[in-house]
Design a protein around this ligand. Structure first.
Ligand code: HEM
Length: 407
């Protein structure tokens, strides 16, 4: 039986449009003054904090290391050596620079608080509810990312911005690596992909500083990381609650735990990582509103993303109009407008009604006749997208970028 706290019931009472639940309905723009860091570190995985403000903290260990590797001109060789480093229990290849080897040996250790039983429950949850997680944490979160100015600009002006298809496939490598039962243990790949991603982010911080297009301070601060983490974790949990997905308390705790471990392995400090869903909701309500808004880069990226999804499913499947409607439904009107997603007078109301009914049918809450035909089109599309990105992800690797987007 699904367990619903009072807070979650309150959340479920909001108008659907997960963004309402995300607290982004009346946002502060990303560039507006936003006050002090008020989220209590007592609610973090660490249980206490240094008082640091995550807007001004990056990655103390990986950042200087990557800067030094760039200065020494060894990144292409590092990429070559790490290309076939795939599994959590695989020894590092010979020939890596000593400082990088020492870093990775340390960074690949799971945190002391990682709990195998909870990770197992989280993985079972991925198996049971994987299609909702794909819809929210991959499709929805991807659409939200383009309404986060710093993330949209970082993606746009980094090397990956020039080839979004490859970029999305690479990002999904990590999303899929964290799903299986052995994600974080021998034979799994999540540790490797997370450590590689931590290196990529440190490289992006180093590279974007020299891009003529990069406006602000060093990108991908701890707060930026938290923002993206919430678009995966908090947003997806709130969305599933909103849709009345059955989630036991052990499954909810396990799902959170896997995402906490992922955050730690990506270099998010434990003092900023929420310990419970309630502290995650509270933190999300602080960091998301002040970090979202429109950019021309985000609008362009979002159009490309929607084009990619439509291309995969039409002809014969759902077309661009339905993708627009689904994207608007998943992110809410505010972010959809920031993203320049056209309104679809025919499809917007259909999707708004059809999708939650499909979920409720799947969850055994309503009978088949109540599910509108449009729901099955969306269902098919989600399956196609999942298979495509699984296949595409298997054909590519996360590698450290050696430059910014050309031009
Ligand atoms: C690269 C995931 C936060 C910007 C990547 C990659 C993954 C990933 C898997 C490797 C794929 C690739 O190289 O394209 C995540 C996760 C995050 C997070 C799970 C938070 C929990 C952020 C934030 C920003 C960002 C906050 C910017 C503000 C980038 C950029 C790249 C990248 C620019 C490299 C693209 C390139 O190769 O040119 N991220 N990321 N990421 N990420 Fe993140």
């Amino acid at each position: 039986m699904a367990e619903l706290s009072r807070r979650e019931i309150l959340i479920s009472g909001t108008a659907l449009g997960a963004l309402g639940a995300l607290g982004v309905a009346s946002p502060a723009r990303a560039d507006s003054p936003s006050g002090d860091w008020t989220w209590p570190a007592g609610g973090s995985v660490a249980g206490s904090g240094s008082g640091a403000d995550p807007r001004w903290v990056w990655d103390d260990v990986a950042d200087p290391l990557l800067a030094s590797l760039f200065d020494r001109g060894v990144i292409p060789e590092v990429n070559r050596l790490l290309y076939d480093w795939n599994h959590n229990d695989q020894p590092l290849p010979a020939g890596l620079p000593d400082d990088l080897r020492a870093f990775i040996e340390q960074a690949r250790q799971l945190p002391s608080w990682a709990d195998p039983a909870k990770l197992d429950a989280g993985s079972r949850f991925h198996t049971l509810k994987g299609n909702y997680i794909v819809v929210l944490a991959i499709v929805g979160a991807g659409m939200l990312a383009t309404a986060i100015p710093k993330e949209a600009r970082a993606v746009y002006y980094s090397a990956g911005g020039a080839d979004l298809k490859d970029r999305v496939a690479k990002t999904n490598i990590l999303a899929y690596a964290i799903r299986p039962r052995n994600a974080w243990t021998a034979g799994g790949t999540a540790v490797v992909e997370a450590v590689k991603t931590r290196l990529v982010h440190a490289a992006v911080r180093h590279l974007l500083k020299s891009s003529p297009h990069w406006p602000g301070p060093v990108p991908i601060s701890q707060e930026d990381m938290l923002v993206t983490w919430h678009t995966l974790a908090t947003y997806s949990m709130r969305g599933m609650r909103e849709w009345r997905v059955r989630i036991s308390s052990a499954e909810a705790a396990g799902y959170l735990h896997g995402l906490q471990v992922m955050g730690h392995m990506l270099g998010i400090r434990d003092e900023f990582m929420p310990a419970t869903w309630d502290s995650a909701y509270a933190q999300s309500d602080i960091v998301l509103p002040r970090n979202m808004g429109p950019t021309t880069e985000g609008v362009e990226l979002n159009a490309t993303l929607r084009g990619m999804l439509a291309e995969l499913t039409s002809p014969g499947g759902i077309d661009r109009h339905l993708v627009n409607a689904f994207a608007r439904y998943l992110t809410g009107d505010q972010a959809a407008d920031w993203n320049g997603i056209p309104r679809e007078p025919l499809w917007d109301p259909v999707v708004r009604t059809a999708w939650p009914l499909l979920v409720q049918f799947r969850e055994g809450l309503i009978g088949l006749p109540l599910v509108p035909a449009a729901a099955w089109l969306l269902d098919e599309a989600v399956k196609t997208w999942t298979t495509y990105y699984l296949t595409k992800g298997a054909q590519t690797k996360i590698v450290i970028p050696t430059g910014n987007r050309p031009g």
